[in-house]
Write a protein that binds this ligand. Structure first.
Ligand code: GRE
Ligand code: ZN
Length: 259
């Protein structure tokens, strides 16, 4: 079961949704990854076991909290394995969503040796022994793959399709159905080196027991491409910013891959 702590209203000036109840435990996310004290472990790379995510119809949604990407056919289960994920287990992709800010100097949730990035994507996975994401949350079988974006002057052609799809959902509570091809760029990053630790969701109760993987290879994003995310409109015409500030390390170990 989920480690439960008495929830308190956590007030962060940077994230509107922290005004709602969140966990106050000792395994919260995000953290600043202390690269200097990371222990190294001989992990295999993370891999996609199939191309279901890229060959199927997907939906981009502006739910007024984030841009959330899901498969339209809920019976399709894209599979991921490796890395720090439980050996011998496969994990199913539940959704991909993004965290960003209101300016180019912030927006990521995790920081690496104190360094901030303008955006972070989360690929949310659940172990195939769970029925769905909610079931996995209770069983502590949720894992999240985090991809950091780094700003560059010129657009990244590999992100063109994804960004074009986001322009279709700038208005609050809108959806756009399209091909999973727009996510193919992720294949170039999922096999990179990574950091891993145990933390929490960063919204919606911030339940603990989530296995985090943060890839070391940043995804370049052009300034005009990041503007599209900054232009996503929230409830009541609000400018969205949806990153949670870093939380204490406490006694946690963060491991890194040998590569
Ligand atoms: C979020 O809401 O931001 C979130 C999830 C599930 C896993 C990680 C995460 O809903 O950050
Ligand atoms: Zn997230």
């Amino acid at each position: 079961s989920i480690t439960e702590h008495s929830p308190t209203a956590e007030h962060s000036p940077t994230k509107k949704h922290e005004l709602t109840f969140c966990d106050t435990g000792t395994l919260q996310s995000p953290i600043d990854i202390n690269v200097a004290t990371c222990k190294t472990k001989d992990f295999p790379p993370v891999t996609f076991l199939d191309d279901i995510l890229f060959n199927s119809e997907i939906q981009y949604e502006n739910n007024c909290e984030t841009v959330k990407i899901t498969l339209i056919d809920k019976t399709l289960k894209p599979k991921v394995q490796g890395g720090a994920l439980a050996p011998g287990s496969t994990y199913i992709v539940d959704n991909i969503h993004f965290h960003w800010g209101t300016k180019n100097t912030e927006g990521c949730e995790h920081t690496i040796a104190g360094k901030k990035f303008p955006m972070e994507a989360h690929m949310v996975l659940y172990k195939n022994t769970s029925k769905d994401f909610e079931d996995a949350l209770h069983k502590k079988e949720v894992a999240v793959l985090g991809f950091m974006f780094i700003l560059q002057a010129h657009p990244n052609e590999a992100l063109h399709a994804m960004v074009a799809n986001v322009t279709e959902i700038l208005q609050p509570h809108t959806t756009f159905k399209t091909s999973g091809k727009s996510l193919v760029f992720l294949k170039d990053y999922i096999g990179s080196g990574f950091y891993t630790y145990t933390g929490s969701l960063t919204t919606h109760g911030c339940a603990e027991g989530v296995l985090w993987t943060i890839f070391k290879k940043d995804i370049p994003i052009g300034k005009t491409q990041l503007i599209i995310f900054h232009d996503v409109i929230g409830e009541d015409a609000e400018e969205l910013q949806n990153w949670r500030a870093i939380k204490p390390y406490n006694n946690r170990e963060v491991y890194q891959s040998t590569f």
